[in-house]
Design a protein around this ligand. Structure first.
Ligand code: MSP
Length: 541
């Protein structure tokens, strides 16, 4: 897959040209198992924000990808009788095909087995080694041969022994390389205290500071002996070791943004100086502490990144399943593929954005997702479009002529549309996507009530009401044009279909600020209505 920008930005002439592109990334997903609904949520969240920023006229670079190294992959590949690379290639294909299906439109693809990434990780490790930030130390402890990991007291059972699940446990002594993370803790504490917008939502900041106050600021082991873990990036200064987990994975945010590209001979990547720092690194709450807020930040600081060059973290909550954590062993893992097939990709995108508040957990529920699809997408939004265009076709052959007629019902609907715009923008800009959807939905609810109260079917029977009917049909179409823009980042395919039915396209260079009442000219011709979200059968029906 190309890592060049796939979607050249359309910059509005009104947009400040000096502003750097909005650089948005997500966590890179482990490739030991196919994607589940939590992975889908995070990518859709990033995609919605990327589309919203483009809609505001901002140039965007959206990077996502896969975390392909590590012990788990090595083990799963062995079990499947495949080479680790063949194994991760197979799982990676599940991720890329899901992102295609869900219309997750990224610009760069970060796969950690990409040779360009490996070169940057090695160059970076070499730099840290050269400036004395890495050292070798011997560690002795209890080691589970079956699980291939060191055990701590946390793993002991109530009787003080390691349980049977660990198999044979031996005491071994092992040398490894460490990063002087502790050198940077004081800087990090000060940085966090003086940069309240570092972590969104802000309440998560306390977790980081608490961890640093307890034992979270200790030096970090960054290697595993190659005889124990071969599926990783060798340390350039000591090939008997491979890099272990986080240094490799976290580096993707800079390696694929063009960091050290010249030095490493890397091509086809963005210009680092144009892109960095990341405006949003979207991650789940489980990988904030210690990985992103402590390891990543201290790594960057050790490499010489300044306070102005630090990324911003957006931390989302988790989808649980009927109150329980989603896990393979509980057998409650939700497959986003089959849901997208059933509800349409936009149906799934909508639910994943509407039923969670960014930063907080939510509960995934099969019945709720169907109910919300039928009630809100089929019944509310889709039905509004269908009946608005149908009536205009039936009574006026699809021709809109607003005329001069006006009354308080019309002006109230226009006011609802006008009021929705700033609330929508403010919500979306602050990651409250569900509030952005709710702001747009005020238009849906009001417009549906407006059809019920103005009764176009009765107006059509009375020739003296012709001007009023014209104005009603125009107001409905115009309200829908607004919806087709506001909901575009969330349900892009359905909104493109709606615009085709409305016979209206966003003009080239169109930005959110251009949206105002009167997008449709007198004499505008509507097209044929086709249901946007056909109702789905539920077991109760
Ligand atoms: N590979 C690491 C991240 C490295 S980033 C430099 C990893 N991978 S993961 O596959 O386990 O998780 C990927 C993302 O999915 C994480 O941000 C994680 O929080 C998110 N989610 C995993 N399960 C989730 C839910 N049930 N709900 C929402 N998001 C969840 O961690």
């Amino acid at each position: 897959m190309s890592s060049l920008p796939l979607h050249p930005p359309v910059l509005s002439p009104k947009y400040q040209p000096f502003m750097k592109p909005f650089y948005i990334t997500t966590a890179i997903d482990y490739t030991n198992a196919p994607p589940h609904i939590g992975h889908a949520y995070e990518k859709v969240l990033a995609d919605v924000m990327a589309r919203f920023q483009r809609l505001q006229g901002r140039q965007v670079y959206f990077l996502t990808g896969v975390d392909q190294h590590g012990q788990k992959v090595q083990k799963s590949a062995d079990a499947a009788g495949l080479s680790p690379q063949a194994f991760v290639d197979g799982i990676t294909a599940h991720f890329t095909s899901l992102w295609d299906k869900l219309n997750v439109r990224y610009d760069g693809w970060a796969a950690t087995t990409d040779p360009r990434h490996k070169r940057v990780v090695q160059a970076m490790l070499q730099k840290l080694h050269d400036c004395g930030q890495l050292y070798k130390k011997s560690y002795s402890g209890h080691y589970s041969v079956r699980q291939e990991q060191f055990l701590t007291d946390k793993e002991r059972g109530p009787d003080g022994n390691f349980g049977e699940e660990w198999g044979e446990v031996v005491e071994i002594e092992e040398e490894n390389w460490y990063f002087k993370l502790s050198d940077h803790v004081e800087w990090l504490q000060n940085y966090i205290r003086s940069h309240p917008d570092f972590i969104t939502p802000a309440f998560r900041t306390a977790d980081v500071l608490n961890a640093l106050d307890s034992s979270g600021g200790q030096d970090l082991c960054i290697s595993r002996p190659a005889e124990r873990l071969s599926w990783g990036i060798p340390l350039p200064f000591d090939e008997r070791f491979v890099n272990y987990v986080w240094f490799d994975a976290l580096t993707n945010y800079i390696s694929f943004a063009g960091y050290l590209a010249d030095e490493c001979g890397n091509e086809g990547l963005p210009h680092f100086a144009d892109l960095w720092p990341a405006d949003a690194e979207i991650i789940g709450k489980d990988i904030l502490v210690p990985a992103h807020a402590i390891y990543w930040m201290t790594m960057l600081h050790a490499l010489g990144f300044t306070d102005e060059q630090m990324p911003r973290l957006i931390v989302h909550g988790w989808w649980n399943i009927k109150g329980a954590k989603m896990s393979k062993s509980l057998g409650n893992v939700v497959d986003p593929n089959s849901l997208a097939d059933k509800l349409t990709p936009d149906g799934l995108r909508y639910y994943l954005m509407r039923d969670i508040a960014t930063g907080y957990d939510s509960d995934f529920n099969d019945e709720r997702i169907l109910m919300s699809y039928n009630k809100e997408l089929a019944g509310g939004l889709g039905n509004l479009l269908n009946r608005s265009i149908n009536m205009a076709q039936k009574y006026r052959s699809g021709l809109l002529v607003p005329g001069d007629y006006d009354d308080s019902e019309n002006s109230a609907l226009r006011q609802t549309v006008a009021d929705a715009l700033p609330v929508y923008s403010e919500s979306m800009n602050t990651w409250a996507i569900h509030d952005g959807i709710a702001a747009a939905w005020k238009i849906v609810t009001h417009a549906n009530a407006y059809v019920d109260s103005t009764k176009p079917f009765s107006l059509a029977k009375d020739p003296s009401q012709a001007a009023r009917l014209d104005s009603v049909l125009y107001h409905l179409a115009e309200a829908w044009v607004h919806l087709s823009v506001l909901l575009d980042p969330i349900i892009p395919t359905a909104m493109a279909t709606a615009r085709a039915q409305l016979g209206w396209e966003m003009p080239s260079g169109f930005v959110l600020n251009d949206l105002k009442w009167g997008m449709l000219q007198s004499g505008h011709q509507l097209n044929t209505p086709i249901p946007l979200f056909p109702r789905l059968e539920t077991s109760a029906e």
